[in-house]
Design a binder for this molecule. Structure first.
Ligand SMILES: NC(=O)c1ccc[n+]([C@@H]2O[C@H](COP(=O)([O-])OP(=O)(O)OC[C@H]3O[C@@H](n4cnc5c(N)ncnc54)[C@H](O)[C@@H]3O)[C@@H](O)[C@H]2O)c1
Length: 436
């Protein structure tokens, strides 16, 4: 529903007409099962959306990419050009890429238009702040989903995603998520061994994503505040959740996977020391969090995006009988009583492809899996850590899950939009709105 100035409010944005429209236009549209062709639509056609379109085409037979939607016409055009170029010269891939002009949509309602086509599998790869609305609309429209991580940026978003998870389960829809380590050979057997007792009781862990800086798009004179922020979505908490949520959620998800639980409390510190220019919005550039799990285990999480510093992206766990270490680019290892090192026997498959192979196999096998709750919990874990650093307070799971925190601006439209203040421990409140 649009209001008088043509924009869409957050709440009406969610309750859309996508399902009704899809049913009218494509009465036969149904979840993929058996040997159905997987007809894919992509929402958010930037770097990852374009990559995921290629990955899903490579993942399985009987897959076609048929619809694309992006807020920005130039990003949509860039994605179409990249996909046309990347599939040309490979007959198998070229036959799978079927996007025509009438199935390529731009604008704030592009997601509704993609969902109103006869796709049965949607890839959600916009900035995370839009994800709860996109997930809700995709489930309302009866689509199977592959969603990128993280799935929300605030407490209100997580509550929406948890409700969407329940509805997707009721409707029997498959939902895969972009925490690709869960589908990666370097991780799966290592964590299975931990679950089987190889290191005894897990007592503590350390998870890291430390790296340098990331891209930034110089502001153009024609861009409104909102367009500038959305094009530079990494640097605004209402869009990315800050880098602990946007990026470090991968390693936090590994901790929750190893411990088979989410933490009950976070204590943390962080700040903005190197990335201080206003072009970097208002997010932090480093966090260090202590997570306490129900078993009493503690996980130290550290993430940093500061140029000239040491890179480190990996996870470590200490148990009563040994230790385990893992990373996406090194074999998992276990030391101690049950020492072991992962040995790759097969040619490596990209986990970005494998995650679609697995989801599509589950759909065709009639047993769609749904990973939405696990990624919602990992996202909320990261949000809990962020809030411990932002507020300087100890934050419990119950407090963050139930907080009156909704960081999305009331109107989603191009126009004036002040930058929220840089969070200040001791001043910033857990319950707050987008501009506080
Ligand atoms: N699993 C992974 O390893 C991995 C890697 C990279 C990115 N990601 C995730 O993928 C998502 C996208 O990241 P990216 O690197 O592709 O960013 P990007 O900036 O390259 O792409 C985002 C795209 O979304 C579009 N967009 C913005 N708002 C939109 C809206 N309301 N509706 C539709 N489209 C909209 C933008 O115009 C842009 O084209 C993020 O959630 C990110 O965390 C995951």
């Amino acid at each position: 529903m649009t209001n008088e100035n043509g924009s869409v409010s957050r709440r009406t944005f969610v309750q859309t007409t996508a399902a009704a429209t899809a049913a009218m236009m494509f009465p036969g549209a149904a979840p993929a099962a058996g040997s159905d062709v997987i007809r894919v639509g992509v929402i958010g056609c930037g770097g990852r959306g374009t990559g995921a379109a290629m990955d899903v085409m490579r993942s399985s037979d009987g897959v076609e990419v048929v619809a694309l939607g992006d807020l920005m016409p130039d990003r949509l055009a860039q994605c179409r050009a990249t996909l046309a170029k990347s599939t040309a010269g490979n007959a198998a891939l070229a036959a799978k890429y079927k996007v025509t002009d009438d199935r390529a949509f731009a604008g704030f309602d592009a997601y509704q238009k993609v969902l109103a086509t006869d796709i049965n599998y949607v890839v959600l790869a916009s900035p995370p702040g839009f994800r709860p609305a996109h997930l809700a609309a995709a489930v309302a429209a009866g689509k199977n989903i592959f969603t990128e991580k993280p799935v929300a940026v605030d407490s209100a978003g997580i509550r929406s995603v948890l409700a969407t998870y329940e509805l997707a389960k009721t409707k029997g829809l498959g939902v895969g998520v972009g925490t690709q380590r869960r589908h990666q050979a370097e991780y799966i057997p290592t964590i299975k061994r931990i679950h089987d007792g190889a290191i005894g009781d897990v007592m503590s862990g350390q998870v890291f994503w430390n790296q340098g800086g990331l891209w930034n798009h110089a502001r153009q004179p024609s861009w409104s505040d909102a367009e500038w922020q959305i094009r530079n979505w990494l640097y605004f908490t209402w869009l990315s959740g800050d880098h602990i949520v946007e990026q470090h959620v991968h390693n936090i998800d590994v901790a929750n996977w190893v411990l088979n639980a989410h933490p009950i409390k976070a204590i943390g510190a962080g700040g903005r020391q190197w990335r201080t220019d206003p072009k970097y919005g208002h997010i932090y550039d480093h966090f260090a969090i202590d997570f306490e799990y129900p078993s009493g285990a503690r996980v130290m999480s550290m993430c940093r995006q500061i140029g000239g510093t040491t890179n480190k992206v990996d996870e470590h766990f200490i148990g009563s009988k040994g230790r385990a270490s893992m990373s996406s680019d090194r074999p998992g290892t276990i030391t101690g009583a049950n020492a072991w090192t992962f040995e790759r026997k097969e040619k490596p498959v990209s986990p970005y492809v494998q995650e679609h192979t697995d989801l599509i196999a589950s759909l065709r096998g009639g047993k769609p899996y749904n990973e939405l709750k696990q990624v919602a919990e990992s996202t909320l874990t990261a949000i809990m850590g962020r809030e411990a650093a932002y507020t300087g307070l100890d934050i419990t799971w119950d407090a963050i899950l139930n907080a009156d925190q909704d960081l999305t601006p009331p109107q989603l439209a191009f126009g004036p939009l002040p930058v929220p203040p840089v969070p200040m421990p001791g001043v910033t409140k857990l319950a707050r709105k987008w501009n506080t």
